[in-house]
Design a protein around this ligand. Structure first.
Ligand SMILES: NC(=O)c1ccc[n+]([C@@H]2O[C@H](COP(=O)([O-])OP(=O)(O)OC[C@H]3O[C@@H](n4cnc5c(N)ncnc54)[C@H](O)[C@@H]3O)[C@@H](O)[C@H]2O)c1
Ligand SMILES: [Zn+2]
Length: 364
């Protein structure tokens, strides 16, 4: 099978770049529709619509209801068609962006712009949506041929958002390296339909190194709504490097465990990245990493303020039956856990999850 690397056409990041969105989006179409929830509209709507209009585009907005579900995609697609828009701009967290990507698929020759207002996931750059039931359980991935035409990240907006999102994005980015490396070692498939290139693998490594080198002080800065060079570095790692790294590098156990965890309603208040961090530590245990390595990862997670115990993501005293549900879902034949360079079975995942919990109790 061939090696494949894919990416968005353009990536723009910096302080105040929301004001420039019109300049960057002008060549993509004629009528832009901004999709964002009430909170995010309150933050960026005026600025974005003004910038689009100043660049000669027609511009309007629609309120996102919060879940990246098939029903929401259908509802928004109809609004976009009614208005005759040819550019969909998703602004907000991963769910708003994933919904905007799915809506673009329903347009003929439509363009799509990702404008993450939190550096919480690596969703902005990818050509896929993670689709949930209307009640928030993971359902499936929808894959597309086209990437976002533009990804635009305003670091002033990102640093003003609650720090929890920024921490969660770091977790999503840390997982990228372990998953891309597992895929590389197993000669598994990446997410864009091929074998990983050296670029996909090395960008995942650069993501990890950037987060380990700048993560702590970037979190300190964001706690005070400050933008520093470390905040720029971590925003790029969480968004661009993690995005290219996971898609062209490949996913493995950490995200399958995340998907399994979403089966338990008790985890629904934990963010994507928070659940992924439990998935990463589970992957390290599955891989039989030595104690020092795992303890170092757990300690770093703590310093960043990321969950390391099941109770940190809402699972106080989970029963074996609950952990079996998670493990079964994580080992679904469609899951990326099978990119690990060894066979993974549900009992292995259940036992790794229990061990992760015990390690978290010991490593303080
Ligand atoms: N498609 C992909 O490649 C991919 C990759 C990773 C994650 N995901 C998906 O992304 C989703 C998780 O995304 P998420 O963690 O960003 O959460 P989210 O999209 O569920 O929620 C983000 C929340 O942050 C709020 N918000 C956004 N910007 C803000 C700001 N500047 N200030 C204050 N509040 C702000 C929004 O109102 C919303 O409530 C999951 O559905 C996950 O599966 C997709
Ligand atoms: Zn993720």
């Amino acid at each position: 099978m061939s090696q494949v690397f894919k990416s968005p056409a353009a990536y723009v990041q910096g302080r105040g770049v929301a004001e420039e969105i019109g300049t960057h989006a002008a060549s993509l179409g004629e009528h832009a529709l901004l999709l964002a929830d009430e909170i995010v509209l309150g933050l960026v709507e005026d600025e974005v619509l003004d910038s689009l209009e100043d660049a000669g585009l027609e511009a309007s907005s629609v309120e996102f209801q919060g879940e990246a579900s098939e029903a929401e995609v259908d509802r928004i697609s109809e609004i976009v068609r009614d208005r005759g828009a040819d550019i969909v701009i998703g602004a907000g967290g991963g769910k708003a962006l994933d919904t905007a990507k799915a809506v673009r698929e329903n347009l003929e020759d439509g363009a799509m712009v990702s404008m993450p207002t939190v550096a919480s996931t690596d969703a902005p750059t990818s050509a896929l949506s993670v689709i949930y039931s209307e009640h928030g359980e993971f359902e499936e991935y929808w894959f597309y041929n086209e990437h976002p035409d533009l990804v635009l990240v305003d670091t002033d907006v990102v640093s003003d958002a609650p720090t929890r999102f920024f921490r969660s994005g770091i977790a999503d980015g840390l997982a990228t390296w372990f998953e891309a490396d597992a895929t590389y070692r197993s000669d598994g498939d990446n997410v864009v339909g091929g074998k990983p290139t050296r670029a996909g693998h090395r960008l995942a490594r650069l993501c990890y190194e950037t987060l380990r080198e700048h993560g702590r002080s970037a979190v300190d800065a964001v706690e005070r709504d400050a933008v520093t060079e470390s905040v720029e570095a971590v925003t790029e790692a969480n968004t661009l490097l993690s995005g290219l790294g996971f898609e062209s590098g490949g996913l493995a156990a950490a995200h399958s465990v995340h998907n399994g965890l979403t089966q338990l309603e008790a985890t629904h208040d934990a963010t994507h990245g928070e659940k992924v961090n439990i998935g990463t530590i589970t992957q390290l245990v599955l891989e039989g990493r030595d104690d020092e390595f795992i303890e170092d990862y757990v300690e770093f997670s703590r310093e960043i303020g990321l969950p390391t115990a099941l109770s940190d993501i809402g699972l106080d005293d989970p029963t074996d039956e609950q952990l079996d549900i998670v493990a079964e879902a994580a080992c679904d034949p469609e899951e990326t856990i099978h990119n690990q360079p060894f066979e993974v079975t549900p009992p292995m995942v259940r036992d790794a999850l229990k061990t992760v919990d015990e390690i978290a109790g010991r490593v303080r």
